[in-house]
Each structure stands twice: as structure tokens, then as C-alpha cells.
Design a protein around this ligand. Structure first.
Ligand code: NAD
Length: 406
């Protein structure tokens, strides 16, 4: 099953419970625009290389479309369409006035020099400039892209259309119009949801946590959890995973990651594979890497009581059913990782109004948004006796359908 196929199946469950017709379902699922681009970049060795990219705008009924840009060798249109669709539901779950968009370039950024990375970033933004804009479609970082890349893309957009338009892209460096609190927003949003629902989910202080993926989302989540007294016992990245049931020293781990980029260099822990990490005896498992990690092949072996999806689409629909039957609570991506887009929205509002909000205000407003969203999703789940993914989709769909297509 493709990632977009998975997004469709998830929706089917929600639309059935809502009694939505087949036509209405097809209508709300189809993207408004799929912009495929190819662009040439001059490489360090003097040759020209052509790169393929795509920007998908799924649904703008609730406002401009919004979503990150991914640089990864496996990026394809199907994946980006799924990610754009999820962005629509995510923005609706946290009730911000945006629709869903997403973009990607099929490239391994680790194989590029800094100069090449800058030229690829600018080349892509120049190619999609005609279809994005502060009131139309607003990109942000995702896997493989950073604040620095957002600044390059802003430069490319400004050069393409003239003037200065910081609101065209979020996740920028502070000095280029970025917002305080955007760096850890995704992790913080998930952390607020976990804390808010902790009582309802019987999660005790000091609960153990395993995190798959140790990039932006995974690292900040580990730090927030450790500081709050949770026990982070396992983490992994593409180099593999580490596990110590007594807990890992997250501060030390972050330092190692910064110095060597390889968490397997951490010594006081046993090595585990990424597959083994997913099956550890922990209270909370937080996938924070890529899609399709918990599938029908391993869902039965997941021992965590709670799966908190910091990544987009880490659990397939078949795995969802298995986990639900086992009593594992999945806090779905469109709720659990919505903190990123929420603070991106705050950044965009600040840019549009030429304001700068203090960090405390960002945290307060983020917490309020995440609590309201978590409560709405939880209540919907209880009302319909369904799992929280379907509940979250129902909350989102109600809001998206009420807005209609533009
Ligand atoms: P990132 O590039 O900063 O980090 C990704 C991490 O995953 C890296 O540590 C990488 O080594 C690791 N990884 C990749 N493949 C892996 C595998 N098979 N097993 C274990 N680790 C693997 O990306 P990020 O921004 O942290 O995003 C991670 C996930 O969170 C993605 O699904 C992304 O869509 C989602 N997300 C991110 C944001 C955000 O604001 N950054 C917002 C919402 C959702």
C-alpha cells in the first residue's frame, strides 16, 4: 500500500462513521494542485544536474495551504500528496486557519556540499515561486531541511517576485523573521498532549520513553521529557539505536550527536536495531523518523502502552487496528505533531503584522491550542468508541467540510 493509499484508508473509517457519501469523500480527498517541477543546479564539479521536486496544495477552504518541504532520496509525488492531505487535517485539528500543503525534492542532502545545498534550495523555491506566497501557500522545514534552508528559500522567493515577504515561509532563523519557540515546537506540542492526557491514559511520573529518530523532533522531545522527569530509555537514528532501561543521559547524548552525528557512539547502553527499539518494553514509544514504521508485521510485538506519533504516518492502517485491539493508545500524528505547524502559524501572524512575540507567549498559546485539540479528539473518541486517529480525523473533517472548497 502506498502512503497516499494509507491516508485514504484512514479517512474511509472516519467518513463512514460520519455517514459521508462516496462523492463527498472523493471531493474532500483530492488535492487542488500538484505542481511538479524540475530544475538545473550547477554542481561543485562544474556539471549541471537536474533535480525533481513537487509542491502539493491539498485544500485551501480554511485558509492558505501550509506544510513543510522535505529533502530526501525517497521523496515522490504519492508521499507528498499524503503528507499534504495530513496537513489539512492537522491544521483543522488544532484549529488554525490554514489548509494542507507539502513539498519535496528527491535528493540526499547529506551528499551535497553546503554551496550545492544552497543552490538546490534556491532552485526549488524559484521553480515553485509562482504557486506559493504568504496568502496562498506557505512552506516550512521538514525532514532534511533546516532554518538556514528556509532563509535561502526566502531569498529566492524575494528575488523571484521582488520585495521582502517573510510570511512566505516559516521555520526561518530568528534574525530573518523566524519565531521564538519554532525550533522545539513539534516536540513541545507532542509533550503538551502527552502531559495533558497523562491522567486519562494512566501514565505515571517517571514513565519510560523510547524514541525512534533523533533529528529535530526526536532530540527536542527527548530533552523536554528528560527535563520533566520522564525516563528516556532508548533512542535511534539511521546509525542504529541504543537502550538502557535505567535511562539515558539525554544531555550527554545531544552533545555526542552534535559532535559526531552518530548516537551509537554513546557508550553506557546496549545497541539495538531500529526494529528492536519499536518492540521494547516501555510506557511510551515515540516514532520521530519516517512513515510506515509500525506495520502489520510488527504491530503485535509493540509493547508500549502509548504510541505518540511525532513523525507523520509512522503507523499503517492495519497496524492501527492491531494496536487498537491490544489496547495500545495511539496519539495520532495530526494531533501529536501539530505543535510545529501551530508555531509556524504564530510565526506567519508575526510576519504579517510585523510583530515579535516573546517566548512565554508562544509557549502559553501553544499549550492552550494543544490542550483544546487533545480534549476535542479525546471526547470524539469516547463518543464514537473509536481510536484516536479516527476521532482526530472526524474533528478535522467536521471543520474542513464546514468551510467547504474555496
Ligand atoms: P530530521 O531530518 O531532523 O530528523 C529525522 C531523524 O530520523 C534523523 O535523526 C534520522 O537519522 C532519523 N531516521 C531516518 N530514518 C530512520 C530510520 N529508518 N530509523 C531511525 N531513524 C531514522 O526530521 P524531523 O524534522 O525531526 O522530522 C521527523 C518526523 O517528524 C518526520 O516524519 C516529519 O514529517 C515529522 N514532523 C516534523 C516537524 C518539524 O517541525 N520538524 C513537524 C511535524 C512533523
Amino acid at each position: 500500500m502506498t502512503t497516499y493509499g494509507n491516508a485514504r484508508i484512514q479517512m474511509e473509517k472516519a467518513t463512514k462513521l460520519m455517514g459521508l457519501s462516496e462523492e463527498a469523500f472523493d471531493e474532500v480527498l483530492k488535492p487542488e494542485n500538484v505542481e511538479r517541477v524540475s530544475f538545473k543546479v550547477n554542481m561543485d564539479n562544474g556539471s549541471d544536474q537536474t533535480f525533481e521536486g513537487v509542491r502539493v496544495q491539498h485544500h485551501s477552504g480554511r485558509g492558505p495551504t501550509k506544510g513543510g518541504i522535505r529533502f530526501h532520496p525517497q521523496v515522490d509525488v504519492d508521499e507528498v500528496m499524503a503528507l499534504a492531505t495530513w496537513m489539512t487535517w492537522k491544521c483543522a485539528v488544532v484549529n488554525i486557519p490554514f489548509g494542507g500543503g507539502k513539498g519535496g525534492v528527491t535528493v540526499n542532502p547529506k551528499l551535497l556540499s553546503k554551496g550545492e545545498l544552497e543552490r538546490v534550495s534556491k532552485g526549488f523555491m524559484t521553480a515553485i515561486a509562482p504557486v506559493v506566497g504568504p496568502d496562498r501557500d506557505i512552506p516550512a522545514p521538514d525532514v532534511g531541511t533546516t532554518a538556514e534552508i528556509m532563509a535561502w528559500m526566502l531569498d529566492a522567493y524575494n528575488a523571484a517576485v521582488g520585495g521582502n515577504h517573510p510570511g512566505v515561509i516559516t521555520g526561518k532563523p530568528i534574525e530573518r523573521g523566524g519565531s521564538y519557540g519554532r525550533d522545539d515546537a513539534t516536540a513541545r506540542g507532542g509533550f503538551y498532549v502527552l502531559n495533558y492526557l497523562a491522567k486519562s491514559l494512566n501514565l505515571l511520573p517517571g514513565a519510560s520513553i523510547a524514541i525512534q529518530g533523533f533529528g529535530n523532533a526526536g532530540q527536542h522531545f527527548a530533552e523536554l521529557c528528560a527535563n520533566a522527569g520522564y525516563k528516556v530509555v532508548a533512542v535511534s537514528d539511521t546509525s542504529g539505536g541504543i537502550y538502557n532501561p535505567k535511562g539515558l543521559d539525554v544531555e550527554k547524548l545531544l552533545k555526542i550527536k552534535q559532535e559526531t552525528r552518530m548516537i551509537v557512539d554513546y557508550e553506557d547502553a546496549q545497541k539495538v536495531t531500529n526494529e528492536e527499539l519499536l518492540e521494547l518494553e516501555v510506557d511510551v514509544l515515540a516514532p520521530a523518523a519516517l512513515e510506515n514504521q509500525i506495520t502489520r508485521d510488527n504491530a503485535d510485538k509493540v509493547k508500549a502502552k502509548i504510541v505518540l506519533e511525532l513523525a507523520n504516518g509512522p503507523t499503517t492502517p492495519e497496524a492501527d487496528e492491531i494496536l487498537f485491539k491490544k489496547g495500545t493508545v495511539v496519539l495520532p500524528d495530526i494531533l501529536a505533531n501539530a505543535g510545529g505547524v501551530t508555531v509556524s502559524y504564530f510565526e506567519w501572524v508575526q510576519n504579517q503584522r510585523n510583530e515579535r512575540w516573546p517566548l512565554e507567549r508562544i509557549h502559553e498559546q501553544l499549550e492552550e491550542k494543544m490542550h483544546k485539540a487533545a480534549q476535542a479528539v479525546y471526547d470524539m473518541g469516547v463518543k464514537h468508541k473509536t481510536h484516536l486517529r479516527t476521532a482526530a480525523l472526524m474533528v478535522a473533517l467536521e471543520r474542513v467540510l464546514a468551510a467547504g472548497r474555496k
